[in-house]
Design a protein around this ligand. Sequence first.
Ligand code: ADP
Length: 165
Amino acid sequence: MTKAIYPGSFDPVTLGHLDIIKRSSKVVDELVIGVLVNKNKTPTFTIEERLDMIREVIKGLPNVTVRYFEGMTVDFARKNDANIIIRGLRAVTDFESEMQIAQTNHSIEPEVETMFFTTSLEYAFLSSTIVKEVAFYGGDVSRFVPKNVEEMLKKRYFPNSMQAI
Ligand code: ADP
């Protein structure tokens, strides 16, 4: 049985992430999305909010689950009996840091392999940061994130207009 983890900040989950989740869940038996609790960064959404948003979008995917983790990705893989780490590659700019992370992880835990999925072209430019920037200025993010995430972004940046609705 092949079990994989897909680690990341997912602050918040985008259609780019969802594309990687759907595609990778087809090539493994089980996929566990790992939402990283990074104490050095102040996230826009709490861990619970990020987990809830992901739970909603993976409802139709029976072999996908989500949980949070702290610490090293390879430890999260070990705890879940997973020997594959899924990562997405958008552009060459991702390549250098992703290669470094993958090589570090492999030297710490040789049993764990990193599997890369190249982004679907329509999501190549998409990142959680870009989505938040557009949402902050009131732009339309419906093509970038699932509906529930769009609503969460509106609530976060325009709480008063939500109350008026
Ligand atoms: P991190 O903080 O670990 O980079 P992210 O939530 O930003 O976490 O991303 C998690 C993973 O998803 C990373 O491997 C990242 O490259 C990938 N990813 C993010 N956005 C996209 C996208 N639009 N297309 C493909 N992969 C993506």
